[in-house]
Design a protein around this ligand. Structure first.
Ligand SMILES: Nc1ncnc2c1ncn2[C@@H]1O[C@H](COP(=O)(O)OP(=O)(O)OP(=O)(O)O)[C@@H](O)[C@H]1O
Ligand SMILES: [Mg+2]
Length: 324
């Protein structure tokens, strides 16, 4: 774990750890708004469990302030040191179905009786239903609820039959959005270092409309939209088009050429993300994808993400409507 969370020791935390260690196995889920000490607590707890000679796995659902694996991925750190990633493709947990699937996938690969699950600080608005879904599927033995006031109670009231440990948060300053970006920038650079452009042709793509349909004449679409078209295919939703400019049409998904530059991509094998890269370009005629990556092993599919980053690790935008 190499981000802002430090080893913090609190008397109450020691007592909680001792209680947990009395059980033979235990699943712990952290809940809390941003900067409430969720990750610091889990760091402390995992160290304590290990120091007691027990096995512990940590699942990190935070795709923004990732502690295991690169940003844009959920991570599992097993007791045997193995680190597994699940590709989400954005630093915001926008796709709740994906986060829940990822949680179940990583959970199925844990190797320890103690499983600690860390989450993002998204607890308001739609974050409520995401957190509720996590509790439903994980069925944690203990919910660690970190609150400044009573901001979690709306979620917790539906889980009164669970063991909930409430922690009052005081004196923790908020990490600015800029600082969070800075932390991620370092992580992106770390995970993309020594990347070279590799060409992928005939590679299976998994979560995108691109190259999933039947190619059609570009001229037909050019006449309708009045712009140069680079790629066009018929898909069940209508048409998927890459063109010189973007316009709204009811049955057309149009992406402006150049959308792909810097887009994060994951190399997937058996549902696990084995490595990441960023798209340098796509030759639509030749169906070739150029990806900057240091990944060199075997994989089954490429998945595209939503976030775009430059070679310096700075986040430069998002791509909508390419993936589903
Ligand atoms: N109990 C505490 N008292 C004082 N400082 C703390 C405490 N717990 C954590 N901190 C510090 O507060 C900051 C935020 O902690 P941490 O990253 O663990 O929070 P988090 O809830 O995981 O945040 P995020 O929502 O970004 O994941 C860190 O710098 C950490 O060292
Ligand atoms: Mg955290």
């Amino acid at each position: 774990m190499d981000t802002k969370a430090k080893i913090v020791e609190k008397k109450e935390w020691k007592e909680i750890a001792e209680r947990i260690l009395q059980r033979e196995r235990c699943t712990v889920l952290t809940l809390g708004y941003i900067d409430t000490g969720k990750t610091s607590f889990l760091k402390f707890l995992s160290e304590t469990i290990k120091n007691n000679g027990k096995k512990v796995s940590i699942i990190d659902c935070d795709v923004g302030q990732s502690n295991i694996g690169p940003p844009g991925c959920m991570g599992l750190l097993n007791n045997n040191g193995e680190s597994l990633w699940y590709f989400v493709g954005d630093v915001f947990p926008y796709d709740h179905a994906k986060i829940i699937t990822g949680l179940l996938e990583l959970l199925s690969k844990t190797d320890s009786p103690y499983v600690l699950v860390d989450t993002t600080g998204l607890i308001l608005g739609k974050g409520r239903s995401l957190k509720k879904a996590k509790i439903k599927v994980l069925k944690p033995d203990i919910i660690m609820a970190f609150q400044r006031e009573d901001e979690l109670e709306g979620i917790l009231k539906d889980f009164s039959d669970y063991e909930i440990i409430r922690e009052r948060v005081e004196n923790i300053e908020f990490t600015s959005r800029e600082k969070r970006r800075e932390i991620r920038k370092k992580l992106w650079k770390k995970y993309l270092k020594n990347s070279k452009i590799k060409i992928f042709k005939g590679t299976k793509l998994r979560n995108t409309f691109l190259f999933s349909g039947k190619e059609i004449e570009k001229e037909t679409i050019e006449k309708i939209i009045g712009n140069k078209v680079y790629w066009c295919e018929k898909i069940p939703e209508g048409y998927f088009i890459v063109a010189d400019d973007y316009k709204m049409y009811e049955d057309m998904i149009i992406l402006k050429k150049g959308f792909e530059r810097g887009l994060i991509a994951g190399f997937i094998k058996d549902d696990i993300c084995m490595g990441i890269g960023t798209v340098d370009g796509i030759d639509f005629e030749r169906k070739e994808i150029y990806i900057l990556t240091n990944f060199e092993k075997e994989f089954d599919f490429i998945e595209f993400g939503r976030i775009r980053i430059n070679e310096d690790g700075e986040e430069i935008g998002r791509v909508y409507n390419l993936t589903y």
